[in-house]
Design a protein around this ligand. Structure first.
Ligand SMILES: NC(=O)C1=CN([C@@H]2O[C@H](COP(=O)(O)OP(=O)(O)OC[C@H]3O[C@@H](n4cnc5c(N)ncnc54)[C@H](OP(=O)(O)O)[C@@H]3O)[C@@H](O)[C@H]2O)C=CC1
Ligand SMILES: O=C(O)CCC(=O)C(=O)O
Ligand SMILES: [Mg+2]
Length: 584
């Protein structure tokens, strides 16, 4: 495809959609970007640096994004001849359509007149019917609520319909007169209070539009093992649009997902236990604040979703850190964008928080299947925030923080990707120490005649003391390692009694601490379960702890981490939570 102003990078290939509905991402994908108006250039520069660094560090040159600039907003208007069509040139839409995946900065929409929203136009032209906005707290981010960590929701906002579609006529215009006459004379509408001075807006809400949105929301809840999907609407007042949204949502859950009514409905439950419920928008806005743990996935209409996503973002640090994506799951088209606007008073001042756009980029990397790079972005942002090196918006709410510019913050994020790599080397030492302790424990236990739970405890303590005396680790390190070992031993003892006997067969688990522990338990049967009983209280693993091979399931989102050998537990790469259940 030939473009007039857009320059296609010399290197790189297109992302395409496979026949099986799965995205095909080459190692050198061409990804489109729109810089955006206002603060757009500031946050784009910072974001590009972070994303490129994460990709480079994750793949060491074997993967690289070729960025292709596509124009919209003021930059396009100046470049394409300052005509009405120049705000969103056709070739920009063609490029995003053709290259499938893009990242975009905010674009200005005038209030009360002038052109319609370019942001909305992009969503409509590409039929990006889901606006996906996850809302999750990063540890250390200042928040106006007591327990921001309880906020962990994903908003599925319908993105192509509703009053947001921009079907409206101006007060006094010939068009509005025609519409009002039609409503009064042909439809018998007598409720327009001031017909001579009214503007009129129309709110289309369709069954198809609702169903594809709710389908995506329910599928997301299933894929991420979440507890509920809440349909948020104002259906008591707008019965045939928002009320229909609720009814169509429930119908779809029953028809396509096998949901059954709970106590006569309308709430219902899927066979896997996920509850489909609804809430009227005004009370929902209160409850997401007062009882956030009761909400997982929210499926809602366009305007409600706009309000809800900014309101919820406030609970986790504000729109400076709230990411978003506009997606058509059927065609694969996806435009990732910050949830905030152009913040014109900060434009060009290199001071705003780039995290909203950066985390939108992180969602894009995950959408492309580049999760290692996405994890590094999260690691870098977590690191910069934990070190209290933040932009003005967080700085004004944090005690003892250092205020950074946008570009300095992006450097800090990149540096923290490395910091943690260095930390990982240090951590490896602790991982080795854990394995040594497990091996020593096995030796001490096997050399004793007694094969009881009491002796196992004694042997573990003896192993710890021996290795401390030998200088393998300090007193404190030894105590921590012993706690982790006891917990793992206890979990294995439980598993041996339950369903995992075969999986933990010593001949199958290979080398390392897990092998030592399962050999011990296989040889001694259930006699050691008294150790398990004593350590029952600590059967979950937390980020930062060390644990033997096995599967860790995130207690918040259900993401699974598979440890092939002993390792340090990271934060959940999907939702940043710190608590996991362990299984084998
Ligand atoms: N998707 C899009 O492209 C969107 C575009 N817009 C458009 O943006 C324009 C301006 O809209 P407006 O209502 O002022 O909303 P904005 O989101 O642009 O700004 C509102 C306030 O939010 C805070 N804020 C926004 N972005 C950041 C950031 N990156 N870091 C830190 N703080 C941030 C600032 O708060 P404080 O002053 O307290 O520091 C800012 O004054 C309008 O034309 C609107 O239509 C709006 C939303 C989305
Ligand atoms: O298009 C706009 O100007 C505003 C859009 C917006 O607020 C949003 O989508 O969240
Ligand atoms: Mg908005």
């Amino acid at each position: 495809m030939a473009f007039e102003k857009i320059r296609v990078p010399e290197h790189g290939n297109k992302i395409t959609m496979g026949a099986d509905g799965k995205l095909l991402v080459p190692d050198d994908p061409i990804v489109t970007f729109i810089e955006g108006d206002g603060i757009g250039p500031d946050i784009w520069k910072a974001t590009q640096a972070i994303l490129d660094a994460a990709v480079e560090k994750a793949y060491r040159g074997s993967r690289k994004i070729s960025w292709m600039e596509v124009y919209a907003g003021e930059k396009a208007w100046n470049l394409y001849g300052q005509s009405d069509d120049a705000w969103l040139p056709k070739e920009s839409l063609d490029a995003i359509t053709d290259y499938l995946v893009g990242l975009k900065g905010p674009l200005t929409t005038p209030v009360g007149g002038g052109m319609g929203s370019l942001n909305v136009a992009i969503r409509q032209v590409l039929d990006l019917y889901v606006c996906l906005r996850p809302v999750k707290h990063f540890t250390g981010v200042p928040s106006p609520v007591k327990r921001p960590e309880d906020v962990d929701m994903v908003i599925f906002r319908e993105n192509t319909e509703d009053i947001y579609a921009g079907i409206e006529w101006k007060e006094g215009s010939a068009e509005v007169k025609k519409v009002i006459e039609f409503l009064q004379n042909e439809m018998g509408v007598a409720k327009i209070r001031f017909p001579e001075s009214s503007g009129i807006g129309v709110k289309p809400v369709s069954r198809e539009g609702t169903e594809r949105l709710v389908r995506a929301a329910i599928q997301y809840a299933i894929d991420h093992d979440l507890k509920s999907v809440t349909l948020v609407h104002k259906g008591n007042i707008m019965k045939f649009t928002e009320g229909a949204f609720r009814n169509w949502g429930y119908d779809l859950a029953k028809r396509e997902f096998g949901a059954e009514e709970i106590d006569g409905g309308p709430w219902c439950r899927l066979p896997n236990g996920i509850v489909i419920k609804d809430a009227i928008a005004d009370i929902a806005l209160q409850q997401v604040l007062t009882r956030p743990t009761e909400f997982d996935v929210i499926a809602t209409l366009n305007l409600n979703g706009d309000y809800l996503s900014d309101a919820l973002a406030a609970q986790v640090g504000g729109i400076g850190i709230a990411p978003g994506a506009n997606i058509n799951y059927s065609t694969g088209h996806a435009v990732f964008e910050a949830t905030h606007g152009t913040a014109p008073k900060y434009a060009g001042r290199n001071m705003v928080n780039p995290s909203s756009m950066t985390l939108s980029g992180e969602m894009m990397l995950r959408y492309m299947g580049w999760s290692e790079a996405a994890d590094l972005v999260i690691r870098g942002i977590n690191g910069a925030i934990s070190a209290k090196t933040v932009t003005y918006d967080f700085h004004r709410l944090m005690d003892g923080a250092t205020r950074l510019s946008t570009s300095e913050f992006s450097e800090a994020v990149i540096a923290h990707m490395d910091h943690q790599e260095q930390e990982a080397d240090v951590l490896d030492e602790a991982v080795d120490q854990y394995d040594r302790l497990a091996e020593q424990f096995k030796e001490v236990f096997e050399s004793g005649a007694e094969k009881t739970g009491e002796f196992a405890s004694t042997a573990m303590e003896k192993a710890r003391q021996q290795l401390t005396a030998a200088g393998a680790f300090t007193e404190e390190q030894g105590k921590n390692l012993k706690t982790f070992l006891e917990r793992d031993f206890s979990q294995i003892a439980q598993s041996m009694r339950e369903e995992a006997r075969e999986k933990l067969n010593p001949s199958r688990v290979g080398a390392g601490a897990l092998a030592s522990l399962s050999t011990l338990l296989a040889a001694t049967g259930n006699v050691l379960s008294s150790v398990a009983a004593r350590t029952q209280k600590a059967l979950s693993c937390r980020s930062g702890e060390i644990t033997s091979a096995g599967t860790l399931t995130c207690s918040s989102c259900g993401h699974e981490l598979h440890f092939k050998k002993t390792g340090r537990v990271p934060p959940c790469p999907t939702c940043h939570s710190t608590e996991f259940r362990k299984s084998y």
